[in-house]
Design a protein around this ligand. Structure first.
Ligand code: HEC
Length: 102
């Protein structure tokens, strides 16, 4: 019985840790995606220098704009190549992040 209790207790921190990691993985992956944008658009999308602001950008509009950029090299000086390579899930996370920023 004692051995069982020790075994159970030794797994407990692992259980807490793994559920903690799971709870935050969505937020972490969003943060990682946003890092790529923040260099030019600011940490919260508030814009850096001449760059357009993304904070408060309507979710569906941002997704639409990213897809439009990706369509042709003529659509933007830099955004046409940046916009490529994001999955629908990535774009949804990015759009949700900026829509929530004041
Ligand atoms: C190297 C700098 C740079 C990075 C990094 C960057 N952008 Fe941009 N972004 C620009 C520039 C410059 C424009 C203006 C269009 C153009 O010239 O490509 C722009 C325009 C936009 C626009 C249109 C804004 C408007 O209202 O006109 C959106 C939306 C956008 N970027 C989203 C993003 C997202 C999302 C990311 C990250 C995945 C990102 N950008 C990363 C430089 C950047």
């Amino acid at each position: 019985m004692r051995a069982f209790q020790i075994l159970l207790l030794s797994f407990f921190p692992l259980l807490i840790q793994s559920s903690y990691a799971f709870d935050n993985s969505e937020e972490i992956s969003t943060r990682n995606l946003i890092i790529g944008c923040s260099v030019c658009h600011g940490v919260s999308g508030e814009a850096v220098g001449e760059m357009p602001a993304l904070n408060g950008y309507n979710e569906s509009q941002l997704i639409k704009k990213m897809k439009w950029f990706a369509k042709s090299p003529e659509n933007g000086a830099v955004m046409h190549f940046i916009a490529k390579g994001y999955s629908e899930t990535d774009l949804a996370k990015i759009a949700k992040f900026y829509a929530k920023k004041p």
